[in-house]
Design a protein. Structure first.
Length: 242
């Protein structure tokens, strides 16, 4: 393994995927965030916590512009972090992944990770716009969500290791075992403690666009890392001359 080349491939693919994710969020998710925050502001005005003044509007618009401007940078940073994990997992599992080339193998792994550490946890604890959620429960919600991700991820790895012991159709034991465990965890873990009071169309649209945004990340990182891996082949040993 040529370590420096591996690191470059992982960082480039993660950063590019993060950039795509951030760009997708600007187009897909931000309109829903604007609508949700506007509802939140109207509630503040109605309760008397804030006044609907020009000063408030200018301050709010400046803050939102700053948020949107940082969307791409945040996407790149987060993408690089997740890309490092993805690259390590790909390097360790590449030989056992289905597919006749590195692009297909990488996309398969991206699909597996999308399902196990994103989509299944999302089904249990779906994303909500800013108008949903009590500040007093934010820590609890974070712990529940991260716990579900950890359980799903480690369960997938554990049952994958178990499936390698078996041959032929017996390999399905790993998949069935994972499905049974994650179903039990899904039922056993508590639901989101916050009541959803925002308009249903806003919440549903926000969730759908969030899924599309994250999906764009996993498709991109799977495709780009696979292409770079196939082109530069970091597994290839550099000949030494003694």
């Amino acid at each position: 393994m040529r370590t420096s080349l591996f690191v470059i491939i992982v960082l480039v693919s993660g950063a590019f995927a993060g950039f795509v994710h951030g760009s997708s969020n600007l187009v897909l998710v931000e309109p829903y965030l604007d609508e949700a925050i506007n509802i939140e502001n109207q509630n503040l005005f109605a309760s008397g916590e804030e006044e609907d003044t020009l000063e408030f509007l200018v301050e709010y618009e400046g803050y939102r512009e700053w948020q949107k401007g940082g969307q791409l940078l945040a996407g790149v940073v987060l993408g690089t972090s997740i890309g490092a994990l993805f690259g390590i997992v790909f390097a360790l599992s590449r030989n056992s992944l289905p597919g006749n080339n590195d692009v297909k193998k990488s996309l398969v792994l991206a699909g597996i990770m999308w399902v196990t550490i994103y989509f299944i946890p999302f089904l249990k604890y779906p994303a909500n716009p800013p108008t949903v959620g009590d500040a007093e429960t934010v820590v609890l919600r974070g712990v529940l969500y991260l716990s579900f991700i950890a359980i799903s991820g480690f369960a997938a790895v554990g049952f994958y290791k178990l499936s390698k012991i078996f041959e032929g159709k017996k390999k399905l034991i790993g998949l069935v075992g994972y499905a049974a465990l994650i179903t039990a965890v899904f039922i056993a873990m508590p639901d989101n403690p916050d009541e959803v009071t925002a308009p249903p169309d806003l919440v549903e649209g926000f969730r759908i666009m969030s899924v599309l945004g994250v999906t764009s990340f996993w498709i991109t990182i799977g495709f780009v890392l696979g292409l770079l891996w196939r082109k530069f082949n970091p597994n290839k040993e550099v000949p030494s001359f003694n």
